[in-house]
Design a protein around this ligand. Structure first.
Ligand code: HEC
Ligand code: HEC
Length: 280
């Protein structure tokens, strides 16, 4: 009821949404012989709102989907390759590279599924961890939070967990941040008076301005977007979605976006890590 009432209001007000289903309900994401989980039961904390959760991959056209099936076709791998060079590059006053201390990048397997996490009473994103190592361990400058070099490294580390289920912790010391992120998620913003849920919970599967709405999951980030032909960081996407409802977005790297990232990531608990995914 709620969903259709909302849909009608918007359609009348702005003509924004039009109905359409998934391109191909049964399409499967198989990479190097491994089938990734793109659809599964919603995590317990979402049970009142959603029965099932879906990867954004499910909502893309078959042409876009195909780019993610093979790492040779996936344009994100150009950036993963440069990130690997950077991983091995000595920088900073300690004259070390990432590799000096973390010999095999494969050892980060599993980490992406648990990020962001709470460390010392603060939300720590992958970006935060990398900058911590750069400033404290290497004596190097922090990288720009959502810049190309940082996003490449985040993708390189994330890739090591590809295929593993997202399992972000939401209880214990994560609880207050998770609550804060949830509040932001359901708050209506901007001139269009819409929350994240207005689009990604109440209207996924519908189309808006020729784009097909997904559940707004983060399991594929960083994600290569055809729109700007580069890897896109989580906070850049959150920024864009808030700007699109003509609201004043929080800052990239802000505590609000850290909390929101923690909450939104937990909505995808159970979906496979797809890093680096390909989207419009
Ligand atoms: C001088 C050694 C050193 C260097 C160089 C270094 N790190 Fe670290 N790294 C550590 C230590 C020690 C920890 C654990 C404590 C902490 O979080 O600071 C760590 C933790 C991490 C973690 C979290 C691992 C986990 O399982 O929780 C990641 C990811 C990471 N480093 C990435 C990097 C990257 C990327 C670089 C290069 C930009 C880098 N590190 C450079 C020493 C180093
Ligand atoms: C006016 C509708 C609208 C609102 C409100 C909105 N988004 Fe989006 N969002 C989109 C569209 C359109 C896309 C691109 C297609 C898709 O994946 O849904 C998108 C994509 C995303 C993605 C990328 C999904 C993927 O698989 O790559 C995430 C994550 C996301 N949104 C999160 C959010 C969050 C968090 C909020 C609230 C701060 C929000 N969105 C608010 C329309 C919206």
């Amino acid at each position: 009821m709620r969903k259709s009432a909302f849909f009608l209001t918007l359609a009348l007000v702005s003509g924004a949404f039009t109905g359409s289903a998934l391109a191909d309900e049964n399409a499967e994401l198989v990479i190097e012989g491994e089938t990734l989980v793109t659809k599964t039961a919603a995590p317990a904390h979402l049970k009142d709102n959603l029965d099932e959760i879906y990867s954004g991959w499910k909502f893309r056209s078959s042409e876009t989907q195909a780019l993610q099936l093979d790492d040779f076709d996936n344009p994100a791998f150009v950036f993963i390759d440069s990130a690997m060079d950077m991983y091995q590059q000595v920088e900073g006053s300690a004259e070390k590279s990432c590799q000096s201390c973390h010999e095999n990048v494969e050892d980060f397997k599993g980490l992406r599924t648990k990020m962001p996490r709470v460390v010392d009473g603060k939300v720590q994103t992958m970006e935060d961890q990398i900058n911590k190592c750069r400033t404290e361990q290497m004596g190097a400058e922090a990288l720009k939070y959502s810049g190309g070099e940082m996003t490449g490294l985040v993708a390189l580390i994330g890739l090591q967990s590809r295929g593993m289920p997202m399992s972000v912790k939401i209880d214990g010391d994560a609880k207050p941040f998770w609550e804060k992120g949830k509040e932001i998620y359901y708050t209506r913003h901007g001139q269009l008076d819409m929350s994240c849920a207005s689009c990604h919970e109440d209207n996924y599967g519908n189309s808006i301005r020729a784009d097909h709405l997904s559940q707004g999951q983060l399991n594929g980030f960083p994600t290569y977007r055809l729109k700007n032909a580069k890897l896109n960081a989580v906070h850049s996407r959150l920024f864009g979605c808030i700007r699109d409802v003509r609201a004043e977005p929080y800052k990239v790297g802000s505590d609000e976006f850290r909390a929101l990232e923690l909450y939104v990531s937990s909505r995808g608990n159970g979906l496979s890590v797809e890093t680096p995914s390909v989207r419009n």
